[in-house]
Design a protein around this ligand. Structure first.
Ligand code: COA
Length: 629
């Protein structure tokens, strides 16, 4: 019963595009872009033709943007998955005293995963409803059904998201366990009976023993999946020539998920270090080869208590990952481990080690993949990555204080991020904030362009030491910035943002074999897609946090988790980018949040607050007016 994603009006998108980019490019460049955009949108022009075709596409497809978006966002991207694409969830550090503790935890976790999977198999998962802005609408649940049934197949030009949706295919019933770079098939249903936690533990013990056996060690094939997508596709095409390899690949592709039993990583278990271990496994000589990055869910259980989930992003969003992970963690907390100390008595067949036949060419490619993963690493504890990570819990206040100001917490945090970036780098940059469009059938996300002109005016007033702007005026500017951000958010979650629409116009032109329209070759469009700030709200209700890498070499990835009295920020950047520093950015976020709080406190009595209802009604009216304010 969900609505189809609408196609926004052409002029609305073009006007918004110009408004979003005006302050992000030079005046001269903007004048050029304005001419190009007006020509594109002129009556009877190319824009109208493409818009018409897009409206036709909307009639024939469940979701007109889904395929275009999936390919553009993920499948066409040739970069390696770790750090560049795959987000991770980091669990609280576990206190394992012995190997048996680690295996018990893993068995308990697999039991929780299977509980969740069987809930999904029985279509017993309750429908999600939107919270926050425009709360109460039911949300599309399709992403959940891809958690355990998808696989991202590498291709030479583009990857394919394979889904085992066919009723002819049996549901996957085995988990792949990675241990010491070896891969094992752990059947979770034997003789039509689901393995108990005790049985799972027994099987994991067997796997551990098999992995420890020196003579049987096979090359770390998982490393290949950490390479660039084209390189992995090339290696895979060589691997599949051998039937043993084909069988092994097939078992991994058709598994429920991967469980990675990692060796101890030997570094201080701070939140930042654990986040880095989840993001890339610590390189080829730690757990970098103990992964299979194509599989959507890899649960990591480290011998030293460093645990979490690595997620291949193309089948679903972080919010769905959080729901699944929270279920598993709550299951583990609320249903005490059913293990008794003795091993399982049932006679279970030993798990199977996956075999690989490696030609000299594969050996050569393995070395190259290991080298590339390694290059994300330089000195500090001998191994630290190019990835510059800082996870910070901001304890001074959280959502409650912001709500008391009658402001949207998300909008407030986004304005704070704009403020922090400006404080560090003295310029505004194109910013991405993911906005869920699950209110629509097959909805994934669109982009809230948080670098608004109003935010820039506010941050300039806060950073210009010589300015004579009063606190009351600064507060007024903060309100404008918050209202602009809230306005854009509501447009985005109601399917009226510009990024998906522009992508649709670009792709439909390609489908019609037209020359790429000038609006999409223009410098401004290229700049508009360089998201130097890539941000996302991923809230959790249990103690864990999400993080991911930057999406451009000179950018920041900022994932935040707002709670009632604190906010967790996971900030990433790259060491080899001369301008960026995650520590500097985190310090700036903290300073800006404090300055904004001071401003709110000083001004509380002086400025009349705008209520959230006001802003929502304003925006609803704007949506009805086809985007005209
Ligand atoms: N005054 C007081 N309270 C307000 C308010 C105001 N003016 N505006 C909002 N609030 C309240 C909301 O009612 C909500 O209350 P709750 O905590 O009881 O639910 C809370 O503040 C949070 O609302 P807000 O901060 O406005 O954000 P949101 O929850 O609507 O989230 C997005 C906004 C854009 C993050 C969300 O719509 C979204 O799309 N999330 C998905 C992001 C995503 O996909 N991430 C993963 C990518 S991989």
């Amino acid at each position: 019963g969900l609505l189809k994603l609408p196609v926004p009006a052409l002029q609305q998108t073009l006007d918004m595009y110009l408004r979003c980019m005006r302050h992000l490019v030079s005046e001269e460049q903007f004048r050029r872009t304005k001419d190009i955009t007006e020509k594109f949108g002129a009556p009877g022009g190319l824009g109208e033709l493409l818009q018409e075709k897009l409206l036709e596409r909307k009639e024939t497809k469940d979701n007109w943007v889904y395929d275009y978006w999936l390919e553009d966002m993920y499948l066409n991207n040739r970069l390696a998955l770790p750090v560049n694409s795959s987000p991770v969830m980091v669990f609280p550090n576990q206190n394992f005293r012995a190997q048996s503790d680690t295996l018990r935890f893993a068995a308990h976790l697999i039991s929780g995963v299977l509980e969740y999977k069987y809930l999904l198999d029985g279509h017993a998962l309750p429908v999600d409803y939107a919270r926050g802005q425009l709360a109460g609408t039911p949300l599309c649940m399709e992403q959940y059904y891809r958690l355990f049934t998808s696989y991202r197949l590498p291709g030479s030009k583009t990857d394919t998201l394979v889904a085992q949706e066919s009723s002819v295919m049996p549901e996957p019933e085995h988990v792949i366990v990675a241990c010491k770079n070896q891969f094992f098939v752990l059947d979770v249903v034997i003789n039509f009976r689901r393995l108990s936690e005790k049985d799972l533990y027994t099987q994991l013990q067997k796997i551990k023993r098999m992995a420890d056996s020196e003579e049987e060690q096979l090359p770390p094939i998982g490393l290949l999946t950490s390479d660039g997508r084209t390189e992995w596709a090339e290696a895979r095409s060589i691997l599949v020539k051998d039937s043993t390899n084909r069988d092994s690949l097939d078992m991994i592709e058709r598994s429920v998920c991967v469980v990675c039993l990692d060796e101890s990583c030997g570094i201080e278990p701070s939140a930042t270090n654990r986040a880095m271990m989840m993001l890339h496994g610590g390189g080829a000589d730690r757990s970098g080869g103990n992964r299979w990055y194509d599989k959507p869910l890899q649960f990591v259980v480290g011998a030293d208590g460093c645990c979490g989930v690595v997620c291949e992003h193309s089948p679903f969003e972080g919010i769905v990952l959080v729901q699944c992970t929270e279920y598993v963690l709550k299951y583990m907390r609320n249903s005490p481990s059913k293990l008794v100390r003795a091993d399982s008595v049932s006679e279970l067949p030993a798990p199977r080690r996956l075999r690989w036949k490696c030609s000299p060419k594969i050996q050569e490619l393995l070395t190259a993949s290991a080298d590339k993963l390694q290059r994300q690493i330089n000195k500090q504890y001998l191994l630290v990555r190019n990835l510059d990570m800082n996870v910070h819990k901001f304890n001074s206040y959280g959502k409650d204080f912001i709500k008391k100001q009658k402001m949207s917490p998300d909008a407030y945090i986004q304005v704070a991020l704009q403020f922090a970036f400006y404080k560090c780098h003295r310029r505004p940059v194109p910013t991405y904030e993911s906005a869920s469009i699950r209110r629509f059938h097959q909805g994934r996300v669109d982009n809230i362009r948080s670098s608004t002109a109003e935010a820039l005016v506010f941050v300039k007033s806060m950073t210009d030491k010589n300015s004579s702007v009063t606190d009351a005026e600064k507060m007024e500017k903060l309100w404008h910035a918050i209202r602009a951000q809230t306005h854009y958010t509501i447009l985005a979650i109601t399917g009226m943002a510009i990024d998906n629409h522009l992508l649709g116009l670009r792709e439909i032109a390609k489908e019609l074999n037209l020359e790429k329209p000038e609006i999409f070759t223009d410098e401004t469009y290229i700049i508009s897609n360089q998201f130097i700030l890539s941000t996302s709200q991923v809230p959790t209700t249990v103690e864990m946090f999400c993080c991911y890498g930057p999406v451009v070499p000179n950018g920041y990835g900022v994932c935040y988790n707002p709670q009632s009295d604190h906010i967790i920020f996971s900030v990433s950047s790259f060491h080899d980018s001369p301008g960026t520093s995650s520590d500097m950015f985190v310090k700036a976020i903290v300073a800006c949040l404090r300055e904004m709080q001071d401003l709110c406190r000083i001004s509380n009595t002086q400025v009349k607050p705008h209520t959230s209802t006001e802003s929502m009604e304003d925006v609803s009216q704007t949506v009805k007016n086809g985007g005209k304010t």
